[in-house]
Design a protein around this ligand. Sequence first.
Ligand SMILES: [Zn+2]
Length: 348
Amino acid sequence: MTVREMVIASAETELGGRASGTRIRFAALKDDYLREHPEKGEAEAVLNYAERCLDYRAMNKRPPAGLTELAGEKYAYLFKADDGELETICAENRVKAASVDGEIERATGTGKYYCKICRDSGYVGASGGEQKRCSCFRDILAEKMEEVSGLPYTGPGAAEISFDLYSDRADPQKYGADESPRKNAIAAYRKGKGFASPDDPHRLLFITGKVGVGKTRLASAIGSEAIRNSMLVCYSGVSALLDSLQNRFFNSDEEQAAYRTRREFIETADMLIVDDLGVENYTDRRFESLISLLDARSGDGRKTVVTSNLGLADIADIYGERLASRFIDRDNTINIRLLGDDLRFVGK
Ligand SMILES: [Zn+2]
């Protein structure tokens, strides 16, 4: 099973469990309510039998014996009434019974459905027409995607950045740019959010900047934004990533299966975030696997974010032009250079 399949399956399970939990709670509340308001329960019973009588007549069928038995003497008159009478009975009792669910909801705050939009089906849209996933399902899916992503920042606000941490003072000498770090960070964030849209044509995002300027925080926020856009995201530090790409010996089938699942996730996630390129030296062979991965992902239309405290010139020097050229290609790559002070020491 792939990570994507696991995420969808666990979201489906949660949707089902949540919906049935809500139904059970509501049914119990309704029992209590009807005990206190027997006339409403009576109206519901009459309505139920009258409607079913009409249904069978519309189909030119006799009501089954089971139904008339269930109705008993008390409701036998409904089975003898003519269509017009039944219509009147339905209309009257519909009014009497209609408010029950609403009153329970008002009194207890618990509705019949967890999600009123899709009535817990998880889908919206006309039946027979185009069915779309309801926002409630997309929210559950996003939670599950966040769980498997490995993103360092998760939960509410994970897609936001505190720009206040960045200095609003421009200092070309110190930061090597005319704009203030804050203005730069806001622009970088906007670019990153754009990249996280499924419609954006770029496949690579390269974030550079000195140690501590918030590259990982920004990359994580971009990942959270991508998840909000229903994209499956995989975050990994560069050395763990290279480990995952290396073929190796397995001690058990389970180990091999876990390796394959991980590798498949890295290769096919809608967005892969490779954090901190440049923290260690690689052998050429390990490094080749990274270039192949970037190329394969781009070719398949998947997005990759790479962060590094190295600039493009350093990348070319250390890892060669082949990798640097991937980050220079303007049609495919967005470049972000974060400015500023080491945020780990801001305010200390
Ligand atoms: Zn829904």
